[in-house]
Design a protein around this ligand. Sequence first.
Ligand code: EPU
Length: 436
Amino acid sequence: MQSNKEEQFIIKGLSGKRSLSGSIPVRGAKNVVLKALAATLLFKDEVVISNIPDIEDISRAIELLGDLGAQVNKIRDRTYSIRIPNKPKTELSSVIANKLRASIVFVGPLLVRTGKVSFPHPGGCLLGARPIDQFISGFRALGAKVSVRKLYKAGNLTYIIEAPPKGLVGAEIFFKNPSVTATETLMMTAVGAHGTTVLKNVAMEPEIVALARFLNEGGAKIEGAGTSKITIKGTGLLNGKRAFVIPPDRIEAGSFLLLGALVARDLKITDCNPLHLEALIMHLREMGVSIDVGKNFVRVRGALSLKASNIKTHEYPGFPTDLQAPMTALLTQATGRSLVFETIFEGRFRYLDALSKMGAKFEICDPHRVIVYGPTPLKGSTLMSPDLRAGLAYIIAALVAKGESVIHNVYTIDRGYERIEKRLCAIGADIKRVVS
Ligand code: EPU
């Protein structure tokens, strides 16, 4: 559970020294676990999922499943069994859903299971506008009735989605934007629809491929995941499987690679899939970073001097928006002028002020583009983490800086990185978690 106490990280900067070394294993992918947990609503019998990281977002998703009536048991470290009751609740808890935007992915499978779902508009988001229009139009295309009510004084919206009496019906759906969670949600919903559904111009992220594999292992008939067109033959509820192993988190692996490129003498990032990191590895090599790639590891040696580079975030296989902030932290140490172009979200530069306070030099062109001038020495500072990925960028900046930094609001970092301070201390960093 989230504690009421405020926790902070106290980080001793390395003053630009490249001293971290050893190996650091990557945990299971947060953004696969969240969808796999939602997908358990499609299974008739018990499902076992392993390699689940111990992070806050997963605790919230498990709470959400529990609130719907699911039996969720931790069988051993990182492994859970989940059994869905015959009649789960049809309402997503607004208290939990407000803390977890990914709660929206539970709507599709719950609709298949119960025929009716009500849920609040997903909670406030710090990355800019996060519309859900594609989810809504997708449910409608599959035959569902969608009504929206203003239920609370504050004007919060509640959506009520109802399947027709004879069930959902397959359809062709073209995505205006290749949204990751809308692709996953409609793919799961289509499993429970009669006939065939074709989803076009969809997202191609590896997390979608992993989810399709999980569903297919339970008897679903999904083809094309990982391409821009996915075809789903409706099969109805699925059968449990002995164990689904969550693949490694490519964003965590990428975060460690960026950290290593700046402050490591020699760092081996293990238990990862380098094929999912191609865009990042290509940029880093071009900047002068030495990287060795194995089948399931990446080895990086911090570069003595880095060349500037232009970054444009893009849907997979392009440069991931989730690595934009950590990459910008790295670019502050590169020689020359780098342009960072964030094309996916409009509110993902909230961390720039804090890095400027540490000594970084930026020119903000518009809400999507910033120019980074480097290299600039950074000095320790007191920082307030606004979100998960910016929080990681602060850790990187604090480690490269001279002097001590204090990072507040570490809950945002705990949402997606498991006990990051212990794991970084194991490779030589000096980070303390303190409670006040
Ligand atoms: N969009 C719409 N309408 C919709 C849905 C999305 O216009 O109905 C737009 C968004 O506004 C955005 C674009 O589509 O401009 C892409 O956003 P997307 O929907 O793909 O983002 P998401 O599915 O909500 C997932 C990850 C994010 C990651 C993005 C992009 C999960 C739970 N979240 O979000 O991960 O940044 O894809 O890759 O899978 C994180 O882990 O820190 C994180 C934020």
